[in-house]
Design a protein. Structure first.
Lengths: 319, 319
């Protein structure tokens, strides 16, 4: 299914983009957004979070959103899970991937999921064990997510060796893939290269994705650095919606539209039709008129020489 | 003078940032801006353009701005020159560097300076010859600038071999340094690597700087790619002011404040105090209330773990 693309882009806006909003984004509009992005060619979407609705009322409609998303042909539907209970809900609803999140920063982990990192690893192990009891056709893939891995609003710098160590622990506990996240936008290209090389050397052939925020403008530079390390899966959100309510100063995710343009420009196929993707911003604009929508491409338009990577004749240095 | 820094950042806002504005930016305010940035540690500033004032009235005060800038201790004062006459004005006023600009794109060169590229090379040769007749202490350094080198609003893609060829011609004609410019923000990290490697292989030890625009959000990713090629001099403008009146769709330069943060984050010393640099934005805000000021750092603030590169203990991977 993914042999015709070089890099997977995963839309996380319906989860990461909405979790900070006090305003409820109507369920039908969430599904309109998800359907429109899937139509534009986005293959993976994190559609909701299986946190208790009383903690984050935005996700009270998790079941309905998942059911609607599962009806979309070819879409890989992902749900964030904070614990075993969330994972059980995800399995029951039939999502394709569970994204389990713990923080490499001890303080952020305590604030975000209220436990020590070692306890989070144990939670993860229990989820992996539960999944192993399921028949293969009902078993979602399990993503081990390491948030605040490249910096923390509370602790500042995060040691690369901690990232490596917890990546190793999640891999050993049964992750099908890993996701290293710069939750608050502290990373720079040098740190990205150091951290991803350390993690990838540790976990061998296990796929490692990247989740960057564009808090201080370095998001796409960090993507380019991660690409060089061999990362081929990136989270992003349309128009750069996003943040984390327990990480002060964490503004938006990297902008999905600009990410796809970056990858396309570099000749890497994402499967996404950028014009159709840009048109999806209208759904956000009509539902969130008070929220700033980011994106350089939306402002400047596609360049005159634009050709999707899939149609591009190979760029040559010949005269 | 530059032994305590790793990368030179050159502010081009007073020239590139203002040339599109119909509104005149008061001379004393230009000088306040230039002085404030120099105080913040910016070592090179392109302060004006020696084009005929009837073409660009913004630069009618070129002489006064240059005189004011030359009074700033330690600042390298640069003027853009379109032709021999402009270079003679620059010499007369005593600027430290002349930035001669031609376009690699034939159409853009015709629109921008109204001549064929080969004629621009001849103009450049005449300027270099004129400079050689001057005593060393009065002789400015000559920058050979290649604009629209990585894409053109009129022509689309620009062949890398053309960039290499005109870089070679400028080097041979007497450039002291080169400046490769993505005038309209078409470049991506892959193209940057290809083009800069080609140019640098061609011109040997001649310094090659980069001038990027952030039109489609890839500006800092392109900086990171150029850094890898060995580029150690970057143009930028405070708050991302800028563009080119003859290049439709060319929005701002890369944001100086975000550039300094990127370099600093990567442990590269620029000599710039970022807090003081951010404070200079106030001068733009009060003079250009109608112009959007860009910048992720200005929005998000410095991260908690921020330490200037010069003061940084080496980042280690130890626990």
């Amino acid at each position: 299914m993914t042999t015709d693309i070089d890099v997977v882009v995963c839309e996380v806006g319906p989860r990461d983009g909405l979790q900070m909003l006090s305003q409820f984004f109507p369920t039908e509009e969430k599904l309109a957004w998800i359907r429109a992005e899937a139509s534009a060619g986005v293959r993976e979407i994190e559609v909701t979070s299986f946190v208790p609705p009383k903690l984050v009322p935005q996700f009270v409609d998790a079941a309905e959103v998942v059911r609607g998303a599962l009806a979309i042909d070819g879409l890989i539907v992902i749900g964030l899970v904070p614990n075993l209970k969330g994972a059980e809900r995800g399995v029951e609803l039939g999502v394709h991937k569970l994204n389990f999140v713990m923080s490499v920063s001890r303080t952020h982990n305590l604030k975000n999921v209220r436990r020590e990192r070692e306890d989070s690893i144990e939670d993860f192990r229990r989820i992996a064990e539960m999944l192993r009891t399921l028949p293969a056709e009902r078993r979602p893939r399990l993503i081990g997510g390491l948030s605040s891995a490249l910096g923390c609003s509370y602790e500042g710098s995060v040691p690369v060796d901690d990232v490596r160590r917890y990546a190793s622990a999640l891999a050993e506990a049964g992750a099908d893939e890993l996701l290293v996240a710069d939750t608050v936008g502290y990373a720079d290209p040098l740190l990205v290269r150091t951290a991803f090389k350390a993690v990838m050397a540790e976990v061998g052939s296990l796929p490692v994705g990247a989740h960057f925020h564009d808090t201080r403008g370095l998001g796409l530079a960090n993507v380019a650095a991660a690409l060089e390390c061999g990362v081929r899966r990136f989270d992003a959100s349309l128009a750069g919606l996003g943040g984390c309510q327990f990480a002060p100063g964490a503004t938006g995710n990297i902008v999905m539209d600009d990410l796809c343009f970056l990858l396309d420009s570099m000749g890497l196929r994402t499967g996404v039709d950028i014009d159709r993707l840009l048109a999806v911003r209208e759904i956000l604009a009509r539902n969130l008129p008070q929220i700033p929508l980011y994106g350089a491409l939306a402002r400047a338009g596609l360049p005159r020489n634009y050709l999707p990577a899939a149609e591009r004749v190979q760029r040559t240095a010949a005269p």
